[in-house]
Design a protein around this ligand. Structure first.
Ligand SMILES: N[C@@H](CCC(=O)N[C@@H](CS)C(=O)NCC(=O)O)C(=O)O
Length: 318
Protein backbone atom coordinates (compact mmCIF):
# COMPACT_ATOMS: atom_id res chain seq x y z
CA UNK A 1 0.00 0.00 0.00
CA UNK A 2 0.54 3.01 1.29
CA UNK A 3 2.64 5.12 3.16
CA UNK A 4 6.35 4.72 3.38
CA UNK A 5 8.85 4.85 6.14
CA UNK A 6 12.45 4.37 5.19
CA UNK A 7 14.43 4.48 2.00
CA UNK A 8 14.88 0.74 2.32
CA UNK A 9 11.13 0.27 2.00
CA UNK A 10 10.74 2.75 -0.81
CA UNK A 11 11.48 0.49 -3.77
CA UNK A 12 9.01 -2.09 -2.53
CA UNK A 13 6.19 0.23 -3.54
CA UNK A 14 7.73 1.91 -6.55
CA UNK A 15 6.73 0.59 -9.94
CA UNK A 16 9.13 0.28 -12.90
CA UNK A 17 8.18 3.71 -14.20
CA UNK A 18 8.70 5.48 -10.87
CA UNK A 19 5.00 5.37 -10.14
CA UNK A 20 3.72 4.48 -6.70
CA UNK A 21 2.11 1.04 -6.51
CA UNK A 22 0.00 0.38 -3.45
CA UNK A 23 0.65 -3.05 -1.99
CA UNK A 24 -2.29 -5.33 -1.42
CA UNK A 25 -3.46 -5.92 2.11
CA UNK A 26 -3.95 -9.45 3.15
CA UNK A 27 -5.86 -9.95 6.36
CA UNK A 28 -9.42 -9.96 5.22
CA UNK A 29 -11.87 -11.29 7.80
CA UNK A 30 -15.37 -9.83 7.80
CA UNK A 31 -17.71 -9.10 10.68
CA UNK A 32 -21.23 -10.38 10.14
CA UNK A 33 -24.46 -9.68 12.01
CA UNK A 34 -25.31 -13.41 12.01
CA UNK A 35 -21.80 -14.57 12.84
CA UNK A 36 -21.56 -16.69 9.69
CA UNK A 37 -18.07 -15.35 8.94
CA UNK A 38 -16.74 -16.49 12.31
CA UNK A 39 -16.62 -12.88 13.53
CA UNK A 40 -20.08 -11.99 14.84
CA UNK A 41 -20.98 -8.36 15.49
CA UNK A 42 -20.80 -8.13 19.27
CA UNK A 43 -20.37 -5.31 21.76
CA UNK A 44 -17.04 -5.20 23.56
CA UNK A 45 -15.36 -7.81 21.40
CA UNK A 46 -13.43 -5.77 18.83
CA UNK A 47 -10.82 -3.07 19.12
CA UNK A 48 -9.91 -0.58 16.42
CA UNK A 49 -6.27 0.48 16.22
CA UNK A 50 -5.96 3.77 14.36
CA UNK A 51 -3.58 6.58 13.67
CA UNK A 52 -5.22 10.02 13.65
CA UNK A 53 -2.93 11.06 10.82
CA UNK A 54 -4.02 8.29 8.47
CA UNK A 55 -6.84 9.09 6.03
CA UNK A 56 -7.87 5.42 5.77
CA UNK A 57 -8.10 5.09 9.53
CA UNK A 58 -9.85 8.44 9.76
CA UNK A 59 -12.83 7.03 7.87
CA UNK A 60 -13.34 4.42 10.55
CA UNK A 61 -12.96 7.01 13.33
CA UNK A 62 -15.70 9.16 11.79
CA UNK A 63 -18.09 6.30 11.01
CA UNK A 64 -17.72 4.82 14.51
CA UNK A 65 -18.71 8.21 15.95
CA UNK A 66 -21.57 8.93 13.57
CA UNK A 67 -23.11 5.53 14.29
CA UNK A 68 -22.59 5.83 18.05
CA UNK A 69 -20.39 2.73 18.26
CA UNK A 70 -17.89 4.20 20.74
CA UNK A 71 -19.03 1.87 23.55
CA UNK A 72 -19.34 -1.10 21.20
CA UNK A 73 -15.98 -1.05 19.41
CA UNK A 74 -13.13 0.28 21.55
CA UNK A 75 -10.42 2.32 19.86
CA UNK A 76 -6.90 3.55 20.50
CA UNK A 77 -4.31 5.48 18.53
CA UNK A 78 -0.67 4.87 17.75
CA UNK A 79 2.04 7.50 17.83
CA UNK A 80 1.85 9.44 14.54
CA UNK A 81 5.61 9.18 13.99
CA UNK A 82 6.58 5.90 12.38
CA UNK A 83 10.09 4.53 11.92
CA UNK A 84 11.45 1.38 10.32
CA UNK A 85 9.87 -0.69 13.12
CA UNK A 86 6.44 0.51 12.02
CA UNK A 87 3.68 2.04 14.12
CA UNK A 88 4.41 2.19 17.84
CA UNK A 89 2.41 2.63 21.01
CA UNK A 90 3.98 5.47 23.00
CA UNK A 91 2.76 7.86 25.61
CA UNK A 92 1.97 11.18 23.98
CA UNK A 93 -0.52 13.84 23.14
CA UNK A 94 -3.65 11.96 22.01
CA UNK A 95 -2.13 8.48 22.07
CA UNK A 96 -0.72 6.11 24.65
CA UNK A 97 0.26 2.55 25.56
CA UNK A 98 -1.71 -0.28 23.95
CA UNK A 99 -4.74 -0.68 26.23
CA UNK A 100 -5.71 -4.13 24.95
CA UNK A 101 -2.61 -6.23 24.51
CA UNK A 102 0.21 -4.17 25.96
CA UNK A 103 1.99 -4.34 22.59
CA UNK A 104 4.83 -1.91 21.96
CA UNK A 105 4.48 -2.06 18.19
CA UNK A 106 1.54 -2.71 15.90
CA UNK A 107 3.68 -5.36 14.20
CA UNK A 108 3.06 -7.56 17.25
CA UNK A 109 -0.65 -7.66 16.44
CA UNK A 110 0.14 -8.75 12.87
CA UNK A 111 2.66 -11.39 13.90
CA UNK A 112 0.41 -12.77 16.63
CA UNK A 113 -2.27 -13.14 13.94
CA UNK A 114 0.07 -14.72 11.41
CA UNK A 115 3.72 -15.34 12.30
CA UNK A 116 4.51 -15.60 8.58
CA UNK A 117 3.02 -12.16 7.74
CA UNK A 118 5.38 -10.27 5.44
CA UNK A 119 3.24 -7.31 4.35
CA UNK A 120 3.27 -3.79 5.70
CA UNK A 121 1.95 -3.20 9.20
CA UNK A 122 -0.79 -0.74 8.30
CA UNK A 123 -3.56 1.01 10.19
CA UNK A 124 -6.49 0.80 10.56
CA UNK A 125 -6.88 -2.73 11.88
CA UNK A 126 -9.64 -4.42 13.79
CA UNK A 127 -8.50 -6.69 16.62
CA UNK A 128 -10.63 -9.57 17.99
CA UNK A 129 -10.31 -10.07 21.75
CA UNK A 130 -11.84 -13.58 21.53
CA UNK A 131 -9.46 -15.17 19.03
CA UNK A 132 -6.55 -12.93 19.97
CA UNK A 133 -6.00 -12.08 16.31
CA UNK A 134 -6.63 -9.33 13.80
CA UNK A 135 -9.90 -9.62 11.90
CA UNK A 136 -8.85 -7.33 9.07
CA UNK A 137 -6.47 -4.64 7.88
CA UNK A 138 -8.62 -4.04 4.82
CA UNK A 139 -9.90 -0.56 5.57
CA UNK A 140 -12.77 -0.35 3.05
CA UNK A 141 -14.44 -3.32 4.74
CA UNK A 142 -14.17 -1.85 8.23
CA UNK A 143 -16.57 1.05 7.67
CA UNK A 144 -18.94 -0.98 5.50
CA UNK A 145 -19.19 -3.66 8.22
CA UNK A 146 -19.84 -1.02 10.88
CA UNK A 147 -22.63 0.36 8.70
CA UNK A 148 -24.24 -2.87 7.56
CA UNK A 149 -23.45 -5.50 10.22
CA UNK A 150 -23.48 -3.55 13.49
CA UNK A 151 -27.01 -2.18 12.90
CA UNK A 152 -28.28 -3.64 16.19
CA UNK A 153 -25.76 -1.49 18.05
CA UNK A 154 -26.21 1.81 16.18
CA UNK A 155 -27.40 4.71 18.31
CA UNK A 156 -31.05 5.73 17.90
CA UNK A 157 -31.38 8.00 14.88
CA UNK A 158 -27.97 7.04 13.47
CA UNK A 159 -27.61 7.96 9.80
CA UNK A 160 -27.79 5.26 7.14
CA UNK A 161 -24.41 5.85 5.53
CA UNK A 162 -24.71 3.02 3.01
CA UNK A 163 -28.38 2.96 1.99
CA UNK A 164 -29.40 -0.02 -0.12
CA UNK A 165 -30.88 2.12 -2.89
CA UNK A 166 -27.70 4.17 -3.32
CA UNK A 167 -25.08 1.43 -2.97
CA UNK A 168 -24.21 1.00 -6.62
CA UNK A 169 -23.77 4.76 -7.10
CA UNK A 170 -21.77 5.05 -3.87
CA UNK A 171 -19.52 2.14 -4.94
CA UNK A 172 -18.99 3.72 -8.34
CA UNK A 173 -18.06 7.14 -6.90
CA UNK A 174 -15.88 5.54 -4.24
CA UNK A 175 -13.87 3.75 -6.89
CA UNK A 176 -13.26 6.93 -8.88
CA UNK A 177 -12.48 9.01 -5.79
CA UNK A 178 -10.13 6.30 -4.49
CA UNK A 179 -8.23 6.02 -7.76
CA UNK A 180 -7.88 9.70 -8.56
CA UNK A 181 -8.06 11.46 -5.21
CA UNK A 182 -7.56 9.29 -2.06
CA UNK A 183 -4.77 7.28 -3.65
CA UNK A 184 -4.00 9.96 -6.26
CA UNK A 185 -2.31 12.21 -3.69
CA UNK A 186 -0.07 9.29 -2.66
CA UNK A 187 0.74 8.51 -6.29
CA UNK A 188 1.86 12.11 -6.72
CA UNK A 189 3.70 12.29 -3.42
CA UNK A 190 5.53 8.97 -3.65
CA UNK A 191 6.39 9.12 -7.35
CA UNK A 192 10.11 8.75 -8.00
CA UNK A 193 10.02 9.89 -11.64
CA UNK A 194 8.93 13.28 -13.01
CA UNK A 195 6.57 11.79 -15.56
CA UNK A 196 4.80 9.56 -13.05
CA UNK A 197 4.40 12.51 -10.67
CA UNK A 198 2.97 14.78 -13.37
CA UNK A 199 0.55 12.14 -14.59
CA UNK A 200 -0.74 11.58 -11.05
CA UNK A 201 -1.10 15.31 -10.39
CA UNK A 202 -2.96 15.90 -13.66
CA UNK A 203 -5.34 13.03 -12.94
CA UNK A 204 -5.91 14.29 -9.40
CA UNK A 205 -6.73 17.87 -10.43
CA UNK A 206 -8.90 16.83 -13.35
CA UNK A 207 -10.94 14.85 -10.84
CA UNK A 208 -11.03 17.68 -8.30
CA UNK A 209 -12.34 19.97 -11.06
CA UNK A 210 -15.01 17.37 -11.83
CA UNK A 211 -15.92 17.13 -8.14
CA UNK A 212 -16.07 20.92 -7.89
CA UNK A 213 -18.62 20.97 -10.67
CA UNK A 214 -20.67 18.12 -9.20
CA UNK A 215 -20.68 19.66 -5.72
CA UNK A 216 -21.68 23.07 -7.02
CA UNK A 217 -25.04 21.49 -7.86
CA UNK A 218 -25.57 19.11 -4.96
CA UNK A 219 -24.81 19.18 -1.26
CA UNK A 220 -23.60 15.57 -1.05
CA UNK A 221 -21.69 13.32 -3.41
CA UNK A 222 -24.50 10.79 -3.82
CA UNK A 223 -28.23 11.35 -3.37
CA UNK A 224 -29.43 14.00 -0.95
CA UNK A 225 -27.92 12.63 2.21
CA UNK A 226 -24.56 12.11 3.83
CA UNK A 227 -23.07 8.75 2.83
CA UNK A 228 -19.90 6.68 3.02
CA UNK A 229 -18.82 8.43 -0.20
CA UNK A 230 -18.67 11.81 1.53
CA UNK A 231 -16.64 10.43 4.41
CA UNK A 232 -14.09 8.91 2.03
CA UNK A 233 -13.67 12.17 0.15
CA UNK A 234 -13.57 14.26 3.33
CA UNK A 235 -10.55 12.52 4.84
CA UNK A 236 -8.44 13.46 1.82
CA UNK A 237 -9.85 17.00 1.50
CA UNK A 238 -9.21 17.83 5.13
CA UNK A 239 -5.52 16.90 4.68
CA UNK A 240 -5.19 18.63 1.32
CA UNK A 241 -3.93 22.10 2.20
CA UNK A 242 -2.40 20.87 5.46
CA UNK A 243 -0.04 18.32 3.90
CA UNK A 244 -0.76 17.23 0.32
CA UNK A 245 -0.18 20.65 -1.30
CA UNK A 246 3.27 20.97 0.24
CA UNK A 247 4.58 17.56 1.23
CA UNK A 248 3.10 15.62 -1.73
CA UNK A 249 3.50 18.51 -4.22
CA UNK A 250 -0.20 18.46 -5.15
CA UNK A 251 -0.05 22.19 -5.75
CA UNK A 252 -1.83 23.12 -8.98
CA UNK A 253 -4.59 24.48 -6.76
CA UNK A 254 -5.38 24.42 -3.05
CA UNK A 255 -8.65 23.21 -1.56
CA UNK A 256 -9.46 26.81 -0.60
CA UNK A 257 -9.24 27.77 -4.29
CA UNK A 258 -12.25 25.57 -5.08
CA UNK A 259 -15.38 27.44 -3.90
CA UNK A 260 -17.73 24.45 -3.84
CA UNK A 261 -15.29 21.79 -2.67
CA UNK A 262 -14.01 24.07 0.08
CA UNK A 263 -17.54 24.90 1.25
CA UNK A 264 -18.46 21.19 1.05
CA UNK A 265 -15.45 20.28 3.20
CA UNK A 266 -16.41 22.93 5.78
CA UNK A 267 -20.02 21.73 5.74
CA UNK A 268 -18.78 18.29 6.80
CA UNK A 269 -16.06 19.57 9.14
CA UNK A 270 -18.60 21.58 11.13
CA UNK A 271 -20.73 18.51 11.92
CA UNK A 272 -20.32 16.27 14.97
CA UNK A 273 -17.96 13.40 14.17
CA UNK A 274 -15.91 15.27 11.57
CA UNK A 275 -13.98 18.33 12.79
CA UNK A 276 -13.58 16.92 16.28
CA UNK A 277 -11.77 13.87 14.84
CA UNK A 278 -9.26 15.92 12.82
CA UNK A 279 -5.93 16.01 14.64
CA UNK A 280 -3.88 18.58 12.77
CA UNK A 281 -0.83 18.04 14.97
CA UNK A 282 -0.77 14.28 14.30
CA UNK A 283 -1.43 14.78 10.60
CA UNK A 284 1.35 17.28 10.05
CA UNK A 285 3.93 15.55 12.23
CA UNK A 286 3.16 12.17 10.68
CA UNK A 287 3.60 13.20 7.07
CA UNK A 288 6.49 15.63 7.46
CA UNK A 289 8.44 13.58 10.00
CA UNK A 290 7.81 10.02 8.80
CA UNK A 291 8.55 10.25 5.08
CA UNK A 292 12.13 11.37 5.41
CA UNK A 293 12.87 10.41 1.81
CA UNK A 294 10.55 13.30 0.86
CA UNK A 295 11.38 15.69 3.72
CA UNK A 296 14.86 14.82 5.01
CA UNK A 297 15.03 17.74 7.49
CA UNK A 298 11.77 16.53 9.08
CA UNK A 299 10.82 20.16 9.63
CA UNK A 300 7.07 20.59 10.03
CA UNK A 301 5.72 23.75 8.41
CA UNK A 302 3.81 26.16 10.64
CA UNK A 303 1.07 26.93 8.14
CA UNK A 304 -1.18 27.08 6.41
CA UNK A 305 -3.72 28.96 8.52
CA UNK A 306 -7.13 27.59 7.61
CA UNK A 307 -10.45 28.82 8.98
CA UNK A 308 -12.71 25.78 9.09
CA UNK A 309 -15.37 27.71 11.01
CA UNK A 310 -16.26 30.07 8.15
CA UNK A 311 -19.98 29.57 7.33
CA UNK A 312 -20.40 27.13 4.43
CA UNK A 313 -23.73 28.39 3.08
CA UNK A 314 -24.67 25.02 1.55
CA UNK A 315 -28.01 24.50 3.36
CA UNK A 316 -29.99 25.62 0.31
CA UNK A 317 -28.50 22.83 -1.83
CA UNK A 318 -29.97 20.01 0.22
N1 LIG B 1 -3.95 -0.88 4.43
C1 LIG B 1 -4.31 0.01 3.41
C2 LIG B 1 -4.34 1.44 3.80
C3 LIG B 1 -3.90 1.76 5.15
C4 LIG B 1 -2.58 2.45 5.11
O1 LIG B 1 -1.90 2.48 4.12
N2 LIG B 1 -2.23 3.04 6.20
C5 LIG B 1 -0.95 3.70 6.28
C6 LIG B 1 -1.08 4.95 7.08
S1 LIG B 1 -1.96 6.20 6.21
C7 LIG B 1 0.00 2.78 7.00
O2 LIG B 1 -0.36 2.21 8.01
N3 LIG B 1 1.21 2.64 6.50
C8 LIG B 1 2.21 1.86 7.15
C9 LIG B 1 3.26 1.39 6.18
O3 LIG B 1 3.06 1.54 4.97
O4 LIG B 1 4.26 0.88 6.65
C10 LIG B 1 -3.52 -0.21 2.17
O5 LIG B 1 -2.66 -1.09 2.21
O6 LIG B 1 -3.75 0.45 1.19
Amino acid sequence: MSDLTSKAQFPAEAGKDGGFVRQPYNIRGRITADGSSGFPAEAGRYHLYVCYACPWAHRAIIVRKLLGLEDVISMSAVDPIRDERGWAFREGNGHGPDPVNGFQFLSEAYLQTDPTFTGRYTVPVLWDRVTGKLVTNNYPDITIDMETQFGAFHKPGAPDLYPQALRSEIDEINEIVYRDVNNGVYRAGFATAQEAYEAAVDQLFTRLDWLEDRLSRQRYLVGDQLTEADIRLFTTLVRFDMVYVGHFKCNLRRLVDYPSLWAYARDLYQRPGFGETVNEDHIKRHYYMTHDQINPTRIVPKGPVIDWTEPHGREALG
